[in-house]
Design a protein around this ligand. Sequence first.
Ligand code: UDP
Ligand code: MG
Length: 313
Amino acid sequence: MLSVIIPAYNEEKMIPKTAEVIAGLLEAEKIDYEILFINDGSRDHTWEKICEAGAANPKVKGFCFARNFGKEAAMFAGLEKAEGDCAVIIDCDLQHPPEKILEMYHLWEEGYDVIEGVKEDRGKESLLHRAFANLFYGIISRLTKLDMANASDFKLMDRKVIDVLKQMPERNVFFRALSSWVGFRSTKVSFRVQEREAGESKWSTRSLIKYAISNITSFSAAPMQIVTILGTLFFILAVILGIQSLVYKFTGRALEGFTTVIIIELLVGSISMVSMGIIGYYIAKMYEELKGRPRYIFATEINTRDAEQGTKR
Ligand code: UDP
Ligand code: MG
C-alpha cells in the first residue's frame, strides 16, 4: 500500500481537487493507497474540507494539529501515521505534479528505497529568490556533502527509510536533507514546478531566511568554525600591528594612528558580538532539543483507527 502524505495549511480551495486528482490517479492504476491530510492549524475551512473529502472517500484520513507547527512537523506526523509499505510526500497546492507519483511508485517497485523529486526549474520566482535559493543550496550541499541542488520535499520513501526517520530524536529537522542523509538506494525524478492554482504561498522572504539559518545550523557547526578562523586572523593582525608599534617606539618616531585604534576596536567588538550571537543560537537550539517537547500535538483525526475507537475526538 502507498501512503500519500499531504501537509495542508490554509488550503481550503485546494483540498477537494487534490484529494480527487490523487485518488483518481491511483485508482486508475489499481494501486492500493491511503491519503493522509495533515491540517497544520489552518485558519480557514481546510479542516471542514478534509472532513468532507474523508466522508466521500474512506481512504482519505485526516489529522488536525492543535495549532500551526510548520510543514516539517506536518510531514513528520504523516510519516508517523502512515501505514503503507511506502509513502510519498506531496504539496497540497498541486505544484508537485501528481502524475509523478506513479513514476516514483514504479521506481520503488524496481527496488529503490528513496525516490527524490528534483525541480527541473524553480517555477515562477523572483530573481532575488532564485539567487538566494542557489546560495543556500550551495552552502548546504558543501556542508552536508549531499547533492541538494533543486531539492524538494516531494519524495517517495520505503517503509524501512520511514522507520529510520521516525527514530530521529531531533525536533528541528530539515527534512529534505535528512532523507538523503540516511542513505539507502536512492534515485531522482525530475519534475516541473506547476503554478499554484489557488491560495497563496506561505513563504515570505523573512521566513525563508529563518529557514535557511535554522537548516544550516542544524546540519553543521561551520558558522562557529568561521568565527574561530576570523578570531585567528585578527590575532595575527594584532601581533603584526604590535610589532610595528614597538619598532616605531624604539626608533623614536611619534606614535600615531588614533583612527586605526578606533577601527580595530570596533571591528574586534563587533566580531565578538557576532560570535556570541552564533554561539547563543546553537545554545538556544540545544535548549529547544533538551526540553524534548513534542513536535506537534493532534487535536482530532478522522477515518483512522483511533478515531473509530473514539479515543481521539
Ligand atoms: N504548509 C504547511 N504548514 C505551513 C506552511 C505550509 O503544512 O506552515 C504546506 C502547504 O499547505 C503546502 C506545502 O506546505 O501544501 C507547501 O507550501 P507553499 O505552497 O506555501 O510553499 P511553496 O510552494 O511556495 O514553496
Ligand atoms: Mg506551493
